[in-house]
Every structure is written in structure tokens, then in C-alpha cells.
Design a binder for this molecule. Structure first.
Ligand code: ADP
Ligand code: MG
Ligand code: MG
Length: 252
């Protein structure tokens, strides 16, 4: 589904990703962990096609195609979802309206008929019920005045409605209480599907107490320096990132 090979990314005049290689298959949940400043968010932004992130070497294939050749809108329409690290507030724009516009833009791009408000409402009701989310979120402006937990809830709601093939969740974890983390985890677990993959970016191990990833990667200094099963996350929690650095570059 996703094949990243020797990816190098520069932001401004700084090389951030320095030869990152990663492969994700449908149905898999991959966790990307790593110290602050390692390049985790940069990876998410490059995948989403954010401006200012220059790929200087390497490749990204998504479902066999060159992802970097696709415009950001095309990537979203092709099933890529990036839950932003700091979700934007759009005062005055109704959350439901916003989400319907986003979904219909994607459907239009794919040549599928757009949903009218009745059809969309039906879809929304289904999703809310599956996720056990109250509908008060629908009537508010996008993220305006949302608490951290409400933003997370909205993120998962967006994910459920847009039904992406590859969802990238970038969790700083900072400021998120355990309930919000559980909510994200529960959403991911409910959305798990043999055809869908997740890339869960996180600084701390505790999110992974609730999401059981198939593969855990450690990103340090712009590269994946270690990959393993869920046990790797536990080891990191116990020994910290210095432990990984020692194992990777004992001379450093
Ligand atoms: P992480 O998410 O792992 O904490 P980031 O991807 O946010 O790491 O950042 C990696 C490095 O890139 C950091 O050293 C950060 O300061 C730098 N960086 C990120 N965004 C920018 C930017 N827009 N301009 C300059 N440097 C940046
Ligand atoms: Mg950071
Ligand atoms: Mg980050």
C-alpha cells in the first residue's frame, strides 16, 4: 500500500529526513515512535503533500503509484488521511457542512455521485452510532472552542466519515488526557479493516497500551533506526531513546 524508499526531505535549508525506508501493507497498523525533533511530523506532512517540504532523494509509492506526483487533493481523494497535529479552527463554518464538502470533493474527484444532505445525514448518524459520539459536535463550528478531547473526537469522526485507505495520525500526546488517548485508540480499533492501514505517530508509548500495532518503528535523526513488534514500544518506555541510539551507533 505504501512503500517509502530512501526518502530524503529538506525543510528550508535543513535536511530533516535522511534516508527513511518503510513499507506498510493493507490491514496493518504501524506505530512510528521517536524523540522530539526526529522528523515524525515531517514524515506525515510529506505524505500529505504540504508545501515547503522538499523531497531531495528517494521515492514514495502509494498503491503502486508515485505519491509525490499527486496533488494534495488527489492524495486525499485516493484515500490518504492526515489527522493534523494541531487541527485548524474554522470559525463560523459548521462542522457537518465542512465535512460534507470534504467528502463530496473526494467523491467528485473519484467520479462518484455527491451525497445530498439527506444521504449525508444518514451516513453521519451511522458513524456517530458506531463511534458512540454525541451529535452536539455536528452543530458547532469546525474545532472552534473544542477541548483537546473534542478535537480528537472530531478527528476520529472525520476519519470514520471519509473512510480513508491509509490514515496517518500524528499524536503529540502532550496535553491529551488518558480519556482522549483512549478515544483515539478506540476509533482506530473500530476502523481497523483488512483493506485499511494506519500509521500512528506518537512520542510516548502509552497510546500503544490501547492500540496494538503490528509493527513499531523508531525514527531517530531522520531515519528508521529500529523496527519490531509491540514489545519494542515497551522496551522504549523502559529504557528511553538513548538506549536505541546506543544500540544503533555504539561509538556515538
Ligand atoms: P518530530 O515530529 O519528530 O518532533 P518534526 O518533524 O516536527 O519532528 O521536526 C524535525 C526537525 O525539523 C526539527 O529539528 C524541527 O525543528 C525541524 N523543522 C520542522 N519544521 C520546520 C520548518 N518549517 N522549518 C524549519 N525547521 C523545521
Ligand atoms: Mg515535535
Ligand atoms: Mg511531531
Amino acid at each position: 500500500m505504501l512503500k517509502i524508499d530512501n526518502l530524503h526531505v529538506r525543510v528550508g535549508d535543513k535536511d530533516i529526513l535522511k534516508g527513511l525506508t518503510l513499507e506498510v501493507r493493507p490491514g496493518e497498523v504501524h506505530a512510528i515512535m521517536g524523540p522530539n525533533g526526529a522528523g515524525k511530523s515531517t514524515l506525515g506532512y510529506v505524505l500529505a503533500g504540504r508545501e515547503g517540504y522538499e523531497v531531495t532523494a528517494g521515492s514514495i509509492r502509494y498503491e503502486g503509484r508515485d505519491l509525490l506526483a499527486l496533488a494534495p487533493e488527489a492524495r486525499a481523494a485516493e484515500g490518504l488521511f492526515l489527522a493534523f497535529q494541531y487541527p485548524v479552527e474554522i470559525p463560523g463554518v459548521n462542522n457537518t457542512y465542512f465535512l460534507r464538502a470534504a467528502l463530496n470533493a473526494q467523491r467528485k474527484y473519484r467520479g462518484e455521485p455527491e451525497l445530498d444532505s439527506m444521504q449525508f445525514l444518514k451516513l453521519v448518524r451511522e458513524k456517530l452510532s458506531v463511534l458512540h459520539i454525541k451529535d452536539e459536535l455536528l452543530h458547532r463550528a469546525v474545532n472552534e472552542g473544542f477541548s483537546g478531547g473534542e478535537k480528537k473526537r472530531n478527528e476520529i469522526f472525520q476519519l470514520a466519515v471519509l473512510e480513508p485507505k491509509l490514515a496517518i495520525l500524528d499524536e503529540t500526546d502532550s496535553g491529551l488526557d488518558i480519556d482522549a488517548l483512549k478515544l483515539v485508540a478506540e476509533g482506530v480499533n473500530l476502523m481497523r479493516d483488512p483493506k485499511r492501514a494506519f500509521l500512528v505517530i506518537t512520542h510516548y508509548q502509552r497510546l500503544l497500551d490501547y492500540i496494538k500495532p503490528d509493527v513499531v518503528h523508531v525514527l531517530a535523526d531522520g531515519r528508521i533506526v529500529e523496527s519490531g513488534g509491540p514489545a519494542l514500544a515497551q522496551e522504549l518506555e523502559q529504557h528511553g531513546y538513548a538506549w536505541v541510539k546506543e544500540r544503533i551507533a555504539p561509538e556515538a
